[in-house]
Ligand binder design. Structure first.
Ligand code: TXA
Ligand code: MG
Length: 312
């Protein structure tokens, strides 16, 4: 069910959930101070209770309402990348609902850039807990139509168009003056290291909290995926298969029907990746054959999502 901005705000204030646009993916939002609203998010997504939620804030002035410490390093990262596709995991204040942080001593915070999401946050005055608006383990939605396909039409959706970043935020754990990547995203490790002025602390050197949702089966269409590191091997395999769809990087001359293409520019490829996968999944074919991106750093977040989607 589509709702407008005023309706979305009214529902959120009443403790209801609304799917909202962000620049990364659509989130299923609820008032982060309302335990019933949070319980409903877990129920709609069928998400296990040990997988914490990201709290979305209008601006970084609200960080200390949620985190017990906003270290100079965390502030530098916030100044550089907020509003935007970066989530910071910081020590939580005790007042943060345990349901939001799934009992962890930390809380994940993000200031999103999408103008409509900013309007919701600013006009409502709420902080919004919002995981991606899909069923647990499934592909994240990057349009309002994907949300309705995945969660059903009874979920209220605020339509903000297609998401420009297209994959979920980069998650960084900050422990005073050290940091570690918990989830890859389109803000890269080297961009973070440049702003931080130091490399990440490797997990082996200093145990960091795992992002509990980062197990391998994730971001998955329902059709099985087969990844190919060579375009030629993919095309040869496809010749023998009557009922498959192909996803190739860059234009190609393959005459096979059901061929989709991703841009050779990683940022553009990310923006369209989930929409392509949603469309391919809807075809009802037996397998999705996907060209695996090159091993360079600028494709790392996309490689990560495809590996998880393929359970590789
Ligand atoms: O781009 C995004 O991050 C989107 C939009 C809606 O903001 N949200 C999103 O949420 O991807 P979700 O719930 O699908 O993924 C959040 C990830 C999960 O893997 C969760 O385990 C991790 O963040 N996370 C949340 N709180 C955490 C915490 N306190 N410590 C470690 N990981 C945390
Ligand atoms: Mg998710």
């Amino acid at each position: 069910m589509r709702v407008n901005l005023e309706e979305a705000i009214a529902l959120l204030k009443q403790g209801q959930n609304v799917a909202v646009p962000t620049e990364t993916v659509y989130g299923l939002a609820g008032d982060a101070r309302n335990a019933a609203a949070i319980a409903q998010i877990y129920a709609i997504k069928q998400r296990p209770a040990n997988n914490p939620l990201i709290v979305h804030l209008a601006d970084s002035h609200q960080v200390l309402d949620w985190a017990s410490e906003f270290s100079p390093l965390a502030q530098k990262l916030a100044d550089a990348f907020w509003p935007g596709p970066l989530t910071l995991v910081l020590p939580a204040k005790e007042t943060v609902l345990p349901e939001v942080r799934a009992g962890e001593p930390t809380v994940a915070l993000r200031v999103p850039a999408h103008p409509l999401m900013q309007a919701v946050l600013q006009k409502s005055g709420l902080a919004l807990a919002a995981p991606s608006a899909n069923q647990y383990t499934q592909l994240s939605p990057t349009t309002a139509a994907h949300v309705a396909q995945g969660l059903g039409d009874s979920v209220a959706v605020l339509d903000g168009g297609a998401c420009d970043v297209g994959i979920e935020s980069t998650i960084v754990y900050v422990d005073s003056n050290a940091w570690s990547l918990l989830r890859l995203g389109m803000i890269s490790e080297s961009q973070i290291a440049n702003v931080a002025g130091c490399a990440q602390t490797k997990r082996e050197e200093n145990p960091v909290p795992k992002a509990p949702g980062q197990h391998l089966l994730h971001y998955s269409p329902s059709t099985p995926i087969r990844l190919f590191s060579s375009k030629k091997a993919l095309i040869d395999y496809a010749e023998e298969q009557p009922n498959v769809a192909l996803l190739l990087i860059g234009e190609s001359t393959v005459s096979k029907s059901q061929t989709f293409t991703l841009s050779v520019v990683p940022k553009e490829a990310a923006a369209h990746l989930y929409d392509q996968l949603h469309q391919m999944d809807a075809l009802g074919v037996e397998e999705l054959l996907i060209e695996f991106p090159p091993e360079s750093a600028d494709w790392s977040a996309i490689r990560d999502r495809l590996q998880r989607a393929a359970h590789a």
